[in-house]
Design a protein around this ligand. Structure first.
Ligand SMILES: [Zn+2]
Length: 494
């Protein structure tokens, strides 16, 4: 019986997408296979005959794989890809492109990878485009060699992504979404863009380097977990409207050459810019270890189900590359302070100054961090020269107490044998009160003049206790005035 061969029913029907004109309404020229209306390549059954699929693929002269549905257990024959077009194709199993060479432009627009995608060690000699593609499993781009531009515009990564060890790549991640972990360890981009990129899992940029003019990072992530910028060269990095509430900047360098516009920072009483590193050290946020532990548990559960999609590769748990210590965070705060001081933004610089001092204080022992250190006193009296109200209140209270003590112990007025002291002169009750208030006011005037190192009313304390109070005032008074002045100057500096 003769079976009449009808043409394959496949037609590219996703109109309105920003793709090449010839892809719109693309129809398949091949004949139908096994009576299901589609050719073997477009047959939607993920468990179709992968051996035959492979044999048929070898016979293809042009590498036009538009809309192909690669069956679950399919592996590529050894072909050299040249101008390969995988637009709208679907990989039902792991897409294994390890160590393959792609010469000519490669197109993966709107391709879907249902399990892992392995591009380890593969080489792209010309531009490769992943616009709108979707990765459900883990995607490996470790040690991929990129001689041209790789585009991940609006790519959706639902699994983990590894970009480790890529050098000199030009990458466009505009609008890409990373739902799980993503790692850019030791990656050097000669140009890159992260405009509106969303990092929703643990993200590491360890030792990341950007060599070109500018790299836009505005990861306006909805639920950012944590982004490690540890040991990263910040030169040429531009952060615009990025959510930095969960960003760790420990030991990154060239920070003064980065730019920050309208970024979202952690806030804390009176401070609008607090680093995540600082909050973590102070135990105000969940430490990354716990977060990473949860992530490992999640992975272990998943790996058992999905063992072969990982290609037998042992996945390391995410961890920051460096141990975060007070001194390291202090260093980072200082770098940020300098960054904002250079831009004459002294108010924000003040926030980082506070962070820097806070780290220095907390590095001390139990007593040192509470009271017995310069940093602790500086903190208690004026929040490291940031608050003017606190030292002012201290100054007022100091003088009120001192005036009371002088009134009780007596003051010897200059050029007069008279000693003024409460309850020493008059007996009549009305005069007693008036006199007491008069004495107190005189004592207060004397007290303020001592605190401010001024020559006010000439007097000397009449009692050894009064002399002691005076000495304390000589030390504390000018110090508090200095702190009030410092805080006001910080605030009004231009
Ligand atoms: Zn077809």
């Amino acid at each position: 019986m003769k079976v009449e061969l009808r043409p394959c029913r496949y037609v590219q029907s996703r109109f309105g997408l920003p793709v090449r004109r010839e892809l719109e309404g693309y129809t398949c020229p091949k004949p139908e296979w096994s009576g299901e209306g589609y050719c073997i390549f477009h047959n939607p059954n993920p468990d179709k005959d992968h051996e035959m699929f492979r044999e048929q693929l070898k016979l293809q002269l042009q590498q036009c794989f538009i809309g192909f549905i690669f069956p679950r257990r399919f592996t590529f024959p050894s072909i050299d890809f040249h101008d390969a077009d995988f637009a709208f194709s679907r990989f039902c199993g792991t897409a294994d492109f390890q160590n393959m060479t792609f010469s000519g432009k490669t197109n993966f627009q709107y391709a879907t990878f249902h399990e892992g995608a392995n591009f380890r060690g593969s080489r792209f000699k010309a531009d490769v485009d992943f616009i709108g593609s979707e990765f459900t499993g883990t995607a490996w781009f470790n040690d991929t060699i990129l001689d041209a531009c790789i585009g991940f515009i609006s790519t959706h990564f639902k699994g983990e992504v590894w970009f480790a060890g890529i050098s000199n790549a030009i990458a466009d991640m505009t609008g890409a979404i990373f739902e799980k972990e993503v790692h850019f360890h030791n990656t050097t981009f000669s140009a890159s863009s992260f405009i509106e990129t969303q990092f929703m899992g643990i993200t590491t940029f360890g030792y990341f380097k950007h060599m070109g003019n500018r790299s836009d990072i505005d990861a306006a992530s909805k639920a950012p977990k944590i982004v490690f910028f540890e040991g990263v060269d910040m030169k040429h990095l531009l952060f615009r409207e990025a959510d930095l509430t969960r960003a760790s900047f420990s030991q990154c360098y060239n920070l003064d050459q980065a730019s920050f516009y309208d970024c979202k920072w952690n806030t804390e009483s009176g401070r609008s810019h607090v680093l995540y590193d600082e909050l973590e050290l102070r135990g105000k946020v969940e430490p990354w270890e716990k977060m990473a532990e949860r992530e490992i548990k999640r992975r272990k559960g998943k790996n058992q189900i999905n063992a072969d999609s990982n290609n037998g590769v042992e996945i390391q748990p995410a961890q920051p590359l460096l141990d975060v210590k007070h001194s390291a965070v202090e260093e980072t705060c200082r770098a940020f302070k300098k960054h904002f001081e250079d831009r004459r933004n002294f108010l924000v610089a003040g926030d980082f100054h506070e962070g820097e001092m806070e780290m220095r204080r907390l590095a001390k022992g139990t007593w040192g961090r509470r009271f017995f250190s310069i940093e602790a006193i500086y903190w208690l009296l004026s929040q490291y020269g940031q608050r003017w109200l606190r030292p002012l209140v201290c100054f007022i209270v100091l003088n009120l107490i001192a005036a009371t003590l002088y009134s009780l112990t007596g003051l010897q007025l200059e050029g007069d044998s008279l000693v003024i002291r409460w309850g020493s002169n008059l007996e009549s009750s009305l005069l007693f009160w008036a006199d007491s208030i008069y004495i107190y006011l005189q004592a207060l005037l004397y007290s303020v003049s001592v605190s401010a190192l001024l020559r006010g009313i000439g007097a000397t304390p009449n009692h050894i206790f009064g002399l002691f109070v005076q000495t304390v005032q000589f030390v504390l008074g000018p110090l508090l005035i200095f702190l009030i002045g410092l805080a006001i100057r910080r605030r009004l500096r231009r």
